[in-house]
Design a protein around this ligand. Sequence first.
Ligand SMILES: C[S@@+](CC[C@H](N)C(=O)[O-])C[C@H]1O[C@@H](n2cnc3c(N)ncnc32)[C@H](O)[C@@H]1O
Length: 402
Amino acid sequence: MSYYFLCNDDISYDGNIKDHDSVFIGVGNYGWFQALYEAIVVGNKFKSLTALDSNPSQLEFFKKVYNYILKSNTREEFIGNLFCGVFVNDKLTVDVDKFRAIYGLNAYIHKYGVVIDDDNLVGGFSKYIASPLSMKLKRSEGLYVFSAGYNHHFLSSDDSFNAFKVAINNIPINIIEQPIEKCIQSALLDDMYLHNVVWVSNLFSKYFMDKNTKLTEVYNLMESYSIQVAPKFPEMRITIMRDQRKKIAISESFGNSYRIMSVHTKAFYKVAKYMIGKNNVEVTNVQRWINNQKGISKLNRCVMMHPKEFKSSAMLFDTVVFHILVGHGMVKKDFLLLCKIACNKCKRLIILEHNSESPDFKGKNIGLSSSELSSLSPIKQEFVGGVSCSDRNHVFVIKGDK
Ligand SMILES: C[S@@+](CC[C@H](N)C(=O)[O-])C[C@H]1O[C@@H](n2cnc3c(N)ncnc32)[C@H](O)[C@@H]1O
């Protein structure tokens, strides 16, 4: 099966969420790199990257581009590697035999780059121009122009190229060879308390949605995750990045940092950003919650345990989360003892607890004060708000001994 060499999508970031706790998921065409760059430039920081595509050949090309970025010292060298030639001062020479051998595409030289002429092309046409330059030139001699975007996006300057190279080199990447309709739900749920930036190219255009009705289900799923509020979960923050040429209307909840969500989810957002590792436990003394959720936490990669079970368990954990234990009746002395036990079982302990000094609990002897908790020497200490006050709960992060 053939694939798209380069890209003719028009790409910009039009959400208002800029978050240091984000993940990037996108279809694996060349535009993935350009969209990621735009999402980074506005201020998002990514903890993980995912490229998914139903077309294995597209992902093979994706891996080549990824490796060319990492091994090239300059953006000119990158373009030279990409086109199997040399690119200096906006002039490209192509070793077309090497190009055909490396990419498995029938190609010949053209004044703008190469013409790719292949009956097996995907997307309803069999011939197009692939060029390093000319993002603006969408058509020439009756052919579409697919551009590498030199002078744009991550190739805007040598500095932008180098910064992008450092960024992708330092973020773990996951490649999924599956249609988006098969994998998007688990990809989103995997990091439901992080801001998910999803690059969809032009998959949500009429052309693709008519061809594949499952794409409407993908859109509806993402929309419900980004609109719904408890008791419907998850309540997510999702920014959709899409080809801007025939920009289809999408819900205003996408990319909106002010979307409404429950106090519960806001608290879990704060907790989740401090969680480390994949083997985690939420400790709660509300047995009903454990029963209702069949022992599976709403936090990611996390089981639930009652303090009694947790105390007697021989298991070790990456992160232990205490979910409002004193606020639900545990006496302070037992709580402090349990903190010690937890530190012996984990790399990190996160305490979510009612703040006894907040307007919600002052004078009611509910929860703990900052000074009561500070004996635990937290490495991080924050408040998370409720409906009526911004310091309803503490989030304390403690270094574990394991
Ligand atoms: C929708 S196509 C459009 C091509 C785009 N205009 C460009 O210039 O690259 C973008 C990417 O989506 C991939 N794709 C198409 N249908 C898909 C699906 N159901 N799931 C995942 N990826 C899909 C294609 O293989 C391609 O890599």
